[in-house]
Design a protein around this ligand. Structure first.
Ligand code: F6P
Length: 359
């Protein structure tokens, strides 16, 4: 059986993309007569017709490599059907190039936005299989995305290192972690790193409550406090505003981040010495953890099995330790957020951690 497979990586990168590409390729070469075409820079390359024939040797030595050998780009789903100044009909171009490459199927590695476009292309008649990646872990239908656990390890290391200096100086350290809409990374790293306060986009916080937690800790002779805050966290007041108004208000008040705003409040209102740390894209860089190498490989191999069996229009997933798949139409565009009563939140509360709201 011969199959010609196109692979692309789209959206923000994360550790494990190369391990997943390698998983698809190595398993496909074993299972059938596979030809693999690497599409450059995500959907951008599919639109512009930039691809190259891959050789088996291209997939050797990349298991531990961070980033993506194919390159990636952000191509917002909302613009996919919009004809811009370049006059390119992106959907027609992608279909035309799929045909020009003579593909039997297209493998897309990406997050929520990528999956929306994958689903659209599947509805347009292309054979598509999605692989869920993102450090945000916010894809519906899978317990975990690859990239997430590596980011948790990195963010936990940051919190650990900050703990020692916070303790030496008796400071309040506000550590801002990635996660605009979903707080999974902050929740897991906050727990693993022993943060005192965890602030998530899904649980708008009460500023006075956060301030009083830090104040109370100081009174109890706990000289330092660690706050792990997701970049998309917001106060209860801010939660009532539209995102662009919220960003504008913060800007007008002179804050470029949520951590800066919190640190300022803590210094001004509680009088503690506060500092901010934003590890930013460090959380997406470098070699994948062992867990993510295994998960990405499992996802890749399952994708090859699906190609062998002619199953398309799906996204690979892990559910209760089993590797499985979901119909793209059922999961595309459905964000997986932290439920405020999630068992990890309850567990953290049972440990005395705070989420910036009254229990
Ligand atoms: O979706 C992954 C993510 O890392 C988010 O956590 C973060 O908000 C965003 O990407 C940052 O995107 P960019 O790399 O485009 O700045």
């Amino acid at each position: 059986m011969k199959r010609r497979i196109g692979i692309l990586t789209s959206g923000g990168d994360c550790p494990g993309l190369n391990a997943a590409i390698r998983g698809v390729a190595k398993a496909a070469y074993q299972m059938f007569d596979a030809e693999i075409v690497g599409i450059k820079d995500g959907y951008g390359g599919l639109i512009d017709g930039e691809w190259r024939e891959m050789k088996q040797s291209d997939f050797s030595g990349i298991l531990t490599l961070g980033g993506t050998i194919l390159g990636t780009s952000r191509q917002p789903f909302r613009n996919m059907r919009v004809i811009g100044e370049d006059n390119v009909d992106k959907v027609s171009a992608m279909k035309k190039n799929y045909k020009a490459m003579k593909l039997d199927c297209l493998i897309t590695l990406g997050g929520n936005g990528t999956h929306k476009t994958s689903n659209m292309l599947s509805e347009e008649g292309l054979n598509v299989i999605g692989l869920p990646k993102t450090i945000d872990n916010d894809l519906f239908g899978t317990d975990f995305t690859f990239g997430f656990h590596t980011a948790v390890d990195i963010a936990t290391d940051v919190i650990d290192r900050i703990h020692t200096t916070a303790c030496s100086h008796g400071r309040c350290m506000v550590i801002e972690l990635m996660g605009n809409k979903a707080g999974w990374l902050t929740l897991y790293a906050g727990l693993a790193g022993g943060a005192d306060v965890i602030l998530l986009p899904e649980i708008p916080y009460d500023v006075d409550r956060v301030l009083s937690i830090v104040e109370d800790r100081a009174k109890e002779n706990k000289a330092f406090s660690i706050i792990a805050v997701a970049e998309g966290a917001m106060s209860k007041e801010e939660a009532k505003m539209k995102r662009k108004d919220r960003d504008l208000q913060r800007q007008q008040e002179g804050f470029t981040s949520i951590s800066a705003r919190l640190a300022n409040d803590l210094q001004q209102k509680v009088g503690v010495e506060a500092r901010t740390v934003i590890p930013g894209h460090l959380q997406r860089g470098g070699t994948p953890s062992a867990y993510d190498r295994v998960l990405a490989t499992q996802f890749g191999v399952h994708a090859a099995e699906l190609i062998r069996d002619g199953v398309y229009g799906v996204s690979v997933a892990i559910s209760g330790n089993a590797i499985t798949h979901n119909a793209l139409k059922d999961i595309a565009g459905v964000p997986k957020l932290v439920p405020p009563d999630h068992q990890m939140v309850q567990l953290a509360r049972a440990m005395g951690l705070h989420f910036g709201v009254k229990r």
